[in-house]
Design a protein around this ligand. Sequence first.
Ligand SMILES: N[C@@H](CCC(=O)N[C@@H](CS)C(=O)NCC(=O)O)C(=O)O
Length: 208
Amino acid sequence: MYAIYTSPGSGGFAAEAMLEAGKAEWRRRIISTANQQHRSAEYLKVNPAGQVPALELPDGQVMTESAAICIYLGDAHPETGLSPSLASPVRGPFLRWMLYMSSTVYPADLRVYYASRYTADPAGEDAVKARALEEMDASFALIDKALAGRRWLAGETMTAADIYLLMMCCWHPDENHIASHCHNLHALCERVKQDEFVKRSNDFHKLW
Ligand SMILES: N[C@@H](CCC(=O)N[C@@H](CS)C(=O)NCC(=O)O)C(=O)O
């Protein structure tokens, strides 16, 4: 059985949609970041970085990094079609977008939410936040352009990249930004929200 360490509204959202889609046996272990449970000595033994999500595999190994977890679960449950195989021409674009989001958009979002961690000068926090938001918006504009004429980010069917992208968009501090500035992206998000496994993950995460 898998176990996912997760907190409401966190990067666990995409991982849990993948677990649901894979019809895997799994359980949720709630680590409330709001209550600082991710800083507890017990949880730091699971993920020394003190972050969620973390996935415990059936053999007891622990994986961290939300994008890696999603790619892995898609690979482990190929019948979902959510992680295109190495034999697929879509594998390259799929990995490209997963890593782009986890290495660019997600960190920019963390700078928006935890601005105080990114400057030694308390007076600089607003500037950190403003620049990080600009970076998020530039990334969303880039993705929106790449989506012109496409239904999905990679290939012709929904993949984990689309679920991950929905999560990034839901984290935008201005809930109207995507709908008003990124029309292709907004349409994709509305499509992904219809997926039953995504809906089930959102029952816990309440991203929308
Ligand atoms: N690179 C990590 C980032 C994980 C991360 O920062 N998670 C946030 C929640 S979305 C967290 O644990 N925040 C608590 C904190 O940093 O104090 C990933 O993709 O999994």
